[in-house]
Design a protein around this ligand. Structure first.
Ligand code: HEC
Length: 226
């Protein structure tokens, strides 16, 4: 009996506990309203905060890949490689010419135009490119100049014209050998007025041979065997 009584009593206890809690809710709401009414918290904000707890949770989006898409997704990378390859071949045909590559280096990645001007006319302390052949009669000296920049000879005369370097030309370690050759060709032929006949290393064939194509190495091998 005593056990049942206490069980009943235990049953009553929670239900009693719920009542005060339920009763406390409006009290708490009323308490929240008080500061809002007193002006310390804008009434609008209280309403908005209440509104944010209201909206129902968005149903989770299911993004399962359908079974039929699996082989399509598996083939996609192969297709992408083939697609890029098609463009790569076309791009090589156009851009291997040292004059074309050189122009893009001069105007773009080499940043040469920023100092020497897009037309090679120079500006202020940055010399025009019209004298490059006189400054560097030797093609390789011109190459070396671009690789090292002018800082190593700051305050000293450089080139055949004996101009004194300010040291303001940077080195270009980011340029590949082929890019340096190409921009040298571009400067000498386009700005310096040198004839490409004097510069066999500036022909498209020479660039292809440097690129080490199968045809180039084959020709070299057959030339050696004869
Ligand atoms: C930040 C500016 C700057 C950039 C960028 C620059 N140069 Fe120069 N360049 C100079 C200066 C300055 C000189 C003259 C030497 C000196 O005062 O140190 C010079 C001299 C030269 C000369 C010798 C010209 C002559 O006849 O006296 C050549 C050739 C040349 N630069 C090529 C290039 C090439 C090619 C590039 C790009 C790959 C390039 N420069 C980028 C500043 C620059």
């Amino acid at each position: 009996m005593g056990g049942a009584g206490s069980a009943e009593g235990g049953g009553d206890a929670p239900s009693k506990a719920v009542e005060p809690a339920a009763a406390a809710r409006p009290a708490a709401t009323a308490g929240a309203d008080v500061p809002a009414a007193s002006g310390s918290v804008p009434a609008e904000e209280t309403v908005v905060t209440g509104g944010f707890t209201g909206p129902p949770p968005k149903p989770p989006r299911r993004e399962r890949v359908p079974l039929w898409a699996m082989p399509v997704l598996a083939i996609l990378p192969l297709w992408a490689i083939g697609y890029a390859g098609a463009f790569g071949e076309r791009g090589t045909e156009v851009s291997v010419d040292p004059i074309v590559v050189g122009q893009s280096v001069y105007l773009g990645v080499g940043t040469c135009a920023g100092c020497h001007g897009p037309a090679g006319a120079g500006q202020g302390a940055f010399p025009a490119m019209t004298d490059v052949k006189a400054t560097f009669p030797n093609f390789d000296d011109h190459l070396a100049w671009i690789r090292s920049g002018s800082a190593p000879v700051k305050g000293q005369p450089y080139g055949a014209l004996g101009r004194v370097a300010t040291g303001a030309m940077p080195a270009f370690p980011n340029l590949t050998d082929e890019q340096v050759i190409a921009v040298t060709c571009y400067e000498r032929i386009r700005f310096g007025g040198q004839d490409i006949a004097e510069l066999p290393q500036c022909t498209e064939d020479a660039a292809i041979a440097r690129a080490g194509g199968a045809a180039g190495s084959g020709a070299a091998a057959s030339a050696e065997s004869h």
